[in-house]
Design a protein. Structure first.
Length: 317
């Protein structure tokens, strides 16, 4: 039962502490009773962190998501390694613990992306492991005009090279959750993805997207892309050197990012993008049962390196 609610508004995220012996059912009822308020606050703050939610297990989270959100989205066309746990629930990105995951809006390279993300902590790690977040409105205001104008004018180009089962990065079967090449082609045509099959059974996907978009509800212009994450300079130096030996060009690597007119983005400009974004990062340590609600257009996210076991699950709607 929820006895009281304490709200702390320091910007990003809005902190909402539920007090009492809270069960998932209590959380579901409270969320439904406060739906309009929560939606309005998401459009202002961009993210809300609920604590003491009563969520203990993946099954609890799955129950909550099925009852407090609209129809869940699958991760079809996704690029990060993750495991599907149910119809609505996935693991968070399964990169090695010692690596950071740079800031990005989920599926911003695709023509279809989730409007809402729900992260939940099932097992907090010993140290680190924060799901980092940043306000995309503030990021946009933090850029120098020259680079921003270039990105806004040219847009960005994303290239993904998906293998057929053996190779670096995800396979096209994992990415599209199917073994049917026909189904993949249908998805690509529906979502404006240029595709080309390779002799080894892999596929090259090319997408042209804006770097800046307008929020569909608030009308605010926001930074909305992950071109720096696709750029070769994003890679660890040792990994990058190994990949250069494996592929004829950077555009043949598992992923590649450039300006929308096809011209390359220099390492210096990518560094400027990262430094500008990183100045706005907010870190909050996870506690068991914490539920983070994110507007995927207003707020980008990433992950800090960590030590110990960590289990964060996510749903997209």
């Amino acid at each position: 039962m929820i006895n009281n609610v304490t709200i702390t508004d320091t910007g990003l995220p809005l902190m909402v502490a539920l007090e009492g012996d809270v069960s998932p059912g209590d959380l579901i009822s409270w969320k439904k009773d406060n739906e309009d308020w929560l939606e309005s606050r998401l459009l202002v703050n961009g993210a809300i962190l609920l604590s003491n939610t009563g969520i203990e297990t993946v099954e609890d989270f799955d129950l909550v998501i099925r009852n407090i959100t609209g129809p869940p989205l699958n991760y079809k066309d996704g690029f990060s390694p993750r495991t599907r746990l149910s119809a609505s629930t996935y693991t968070s990105t399964e990169y090695d613990a010692e690596f950071s995951i740079t800031m990005h809006n989920e599926l911003s390279y695709s023509a279809k992306w989730p409007s809402r993300l729900f992260f939940c902590c099932i097992t907090p790690c010993e140290s680190g492991g924060e799901t980092t977040i940043a306000d995309c409105r503030k990021i946009l205001r933090g850029f120098r005009s020259g680079l921003l104008d270039e990105l806004e004018t040219k847009g960005v180009k994303y290239v993904r090279n998906l293998h057929a089962g053996i190779g670096a990065g995800p396979s096209w079967q994992q990415t599209y959750e199917t073994d049917s090449a026909t189904e993949v082609e249908r998805f690509c045509r529906q979502h404006d993805i240029h595709f080309a099959w390779k002799p080894d059974g892999g596929i090259r996907l090319t997408q042209f997207r804006p770097a800046i978009i307008t929020h569909p509800v608030t009308g605010e212009k926001v930074w909305f892309n992950q071109v720096d994450q696709f750029h070769p300079s994003h890679l660890d130096e040792d990994i990058y050197e190994s990949l250069k030996l494996m592929y004829d060009s950077e555009e043949d690597m598992p992923m590649y990012g450039a300006f929308g007119d096809g011209s390359g983005i220099s390492d210096e400009k990518i560094r400027e993008i990262r430094e500008t974004v990183d100045r706005h990062i907010v870190r909050n340590p996870w506690r068991k049962g914490d539920l983070l609600m994110v507007d995927n257009v207003l707020v980008c996210h990433g992950r800090s390196p960590y030590k110990g076991n960590r289990k964060i699950v996510v749903a997209m709607t």
